[in-house]
Design a protein. Structure first.
Ligand code: ADP
Ligand code: ADP
Length: 239
């Protein structure tokens, strides 16, 4: 079943840059889709529009029956709770512990940290610890985020997204800052857990080979437009 419907999506930044010029994408539950394209193509803007980290300027986005652009605060909170985000630069709170970072999912990590940790119910902590163990971070959970390697930080990013129990994961160049070995571990952890949990995933990648290794469907974006959307085997050289 379809969980995300992006129709004629347009984003013009306030400086006039037309980053998205009429994007149409439908995503089904559990689909693992790679978004590829050159730097500046609009990949990051697309992902950020879907949970409204960036406000679109035209078209519509329907996520599980809700119009993202029309969502009021509680609806938007609900949409974001259902979408796990993974960023290139991890977006961890560096001075907080790994466990606190994971508990601060649902974009709550953007807000102030003070006093928040103790307010998490035991059931949430248990769930966070379960995911940390699953991702091999059980020995890191009480360390501060700034003590970790890049690969470990991104595993925390993956863990934070999964702990939300989302229907959709948006991963914006999750391995662009990592060495090949860490890249493999991170991609495997995103892919395997999305498959196991039937989570849909849109992952921005700039390496076509990595996209081909994991995704069956690839969306190619260039100049803010979809120039390819189909099976990985049909990908031609136009991208
Ligand atoms: P990609 O992720 O494919 O590299 P982006 O979505 O980051 O592409 O960028 C698409 C276009 O929008 C580029 O021309 C970029 O410079 C521009 N852009 C991105 N963010 C902003 C912003 N905050 N203000 C103005 N232009 C932006
Ligand atoms: P990160 O990956 O660490 O989030 P980004 O490359 O996405 O960093 O950019 C950081 C900030 O700069 C974002 O808020 C983004 O919207 C903004 N930005 C990116 N490209 C442009 C641009 N061409 N003009 C203006 N702002 C931009």
């Amino acid at each position: 079943s379809m969980i995300l419907n992006v129709e004629n999506l347009v984003k013009q930044y306030s400086d006039g840059t037309l980053a998205l010029n009429g994007i149409n994408i439908k995503i089904n539950q559990g689909e693992f889709v790679a978004v590829i394209g050159p730097s500046g193509a609009g990949k990051s803007t697309l992902l950020r529009c879907i949970n409204r980290l960036v406000n679109s300027t035209g078209g519509s986005i329907n996520f599980m029956g809700n119009k993202v652009e029309d969502a009021n605060k509680p609806v938007l909170r609900n949409i974001r709770a259902n979408i796990g985000m993974i960023f290139q630069h991890y977006n961890l709170v560096e001075r907080a512990s790994v466990l606190e970072n994971v508990l601060h999912g649902r974009l709550g990590y953007m807000n102030s940290l003070s006093g928040m940790f103790n307010r998490y119910p035991e059931v949430d902590k248990k769930n966070a610890i379960k995911w940390l163990e699953k991702l091999g971070l059980e020995n890191e959970m009480y360390k501060r985020a700034d003590e970790l390697s890049g690969g470990q930080k991104q595993r925390v990013g993956v863990c934070r997204a999964l702990t939300q129990d989302p229907n959709l994961i948006l991963a914006d160049e999750p391995i662009a800052s990592l060495d090949p070995n860490s890249s493999n571990i991170v991609m495997e952890s995103i892919y395997n857990n999305c498959k196991e949990m039937n989570i849909a995933c849109l992952v921005n990648l700039h390496q076509v080979e990595i996209a081909q290794k994991y995704a069956t469907r690839i969306i190619g974006i260039k100049g803010g437009e979809v120039i390819f959307d189909g099976d990985v085997n049909q990908l031609d050289e136009s991208i």
